[in-house]
Design a protein around this ligand. Structure first.
Ligand code: PMP
Length: 355
């Protein structure tokens, strides 16, 4: 049954974000940038130690145990950290809180596709300066009046990291706008903009547990900024949903942050496999934009990416492909375990040889 026009006119209609497929069963899943390794064993211990009787009570709305661990890890004040249900939750609240201008918010034409969805959902005007022909952000495009700036570093899906002086230039040219640096993949790349937070009162850095901490299923993300901006974010959160983080997420998240050694080893393994994957793909004739995340963005000059995507799927191998004009010939390939990548290379060789 269709919704009557009289009702429809007052309904908020949006074109939603389309998440990558979550296939069931035995597949090689290289399509949503999850971590192929389990989380720290400390997470299991934290889960086992949970007092399930306490589940009858609401969790701590201030997420204190997690915020304390993060503040210690990043050497910032506890009043400089905000936690949410994945960085999607944190970013969505940031859009709602900080992008309230008639002037357009700026983000790159090729970037995390959720930004456009939030802008439309909250009716925030936006403009998307084009990446250059090498898929790099052109920083000068952000040196103009705007209602805010957001970009991922490394950018997704290009996997290109920009050095901190590049980020600082954008911050310095936007003293009167909020600049959000989405660092979902920073642990696989280089220096974080967190070290700039005390010098730039217009900076918000967001990060996630979904990638380098192997906890996409727990849904934990966070923002680091000045205490004043974190207060604004909390005011909006408490106007929306006070109890966002479950008791399990808070305890498991804190345990994961404290296990620094496991985290570092996990990141090291991914980076090593990434280098291997890059070499193998190059040997097969692929070209790549960058390699600063837990995924690669690759095209083959002779083979259509949509076709490769479908062929790989026949092998039970899932990668990501978009039909957008500029990136139609690219595949985004998440770095899996070495064993998973071996299956992937074998399939690719077979597909390319039998064409
Ligand atoms: N930012 C970027 C650039 C991403 O690719 C993702 C993952 N889809 C996110 C944010 C959100 O990740 P999560 O909500 O799992 O923290």
């Amino acid at each position: 049954m269709k919704i009557r026009q009289e009702l429809l006119k007052n309904i908020r209609q949006v074109e939603p974000y389309v998440p990558g497929e979550q296939p069931q069963g035995r597949v090689v899943k290289l399509n949503t940038n999850e971590n192929p390794y389990p989380p720290s064993p400390e997470v299991r211990k934290a889960l086992d130690a949970l007092d399930t009787d306490a589940f009858r009570l609401y969790p701590d709305p201030a997420s204190s145990v997690l915020i304390r661990a993060l503040a210690e890890q990043y050497q910032v004040g506890e009043d400089q950290v905000f936690a949410g249900v994945g960085s999607d939750d944190v970013l969505s609240l940031c859009f709602l809180t900080f992008f309230n201008s008639d002037k357009p918010v700026l983000f790159p034409d090729i970037t995390y596709s959720f930004y456009k969805v939030w802008a439309q959902l909250y009716r925030i005007p936006y403009e998307c300066p084009a990446l250059d022909e090498d898929f790099r952000i052109v920083k000068e495009d952000y040196y103009r009046e705007n209602g805010g700036v957001i970009f991922p570093n490394p950018n997704a899906p290009t996997a290109i990291y920009e050095e901190l002086d590049f980020v600082e230039d954008i911050l310095a040219h936007n003293r009167d706008s909020i600049v959000i640096v989405d660092e979902a993949y920073i642990d696989f790349a280089g220096r974080s903009a967190v070290e700039l937070v005390d010098r730039y009162d217009n900076l918000i850095v967001t990060q996630t547990f979904s990638k380098s901490r192997s906890m996409a299923g727990m849904r934990i993300g966070y923002a680091i900024a000045s205490p004043a901006l974190i207060r604004c974010l909390n005011d909006v959160k408490y106007s929306f949903n006070s109890y966002t983080m479950s008791r399990a997420a808070l305890e498991c998240g804190a345990a994961a942050v404290r296990d620094r050694a496991y985290f570092e080893e996990n990141v090291r393994k991914i980076r090593e496999t990434r280098m291997r994957t890059q070499n193998e793909l190059q040997e097969l004739g692929f070209e790549m934009t960058g390699s600063d995340a837990n995924f690669l963005f690759a095209r083959h000059p002779e083979y259509d990416a949509g076709w490769l995507f479908r062929e790989l799927k026949k092998w039970g191998i899932y990668v990501r492909h978009w039909n957008d004009e500029r990136i139609r010939q690219y595949l985004r390939i998440t770095i899996g375990t070495d064993e998973e990548m071996d299956i992937f290379f074998q399939a690719l060789r077979d597909i390319l040889n039998n064409k």
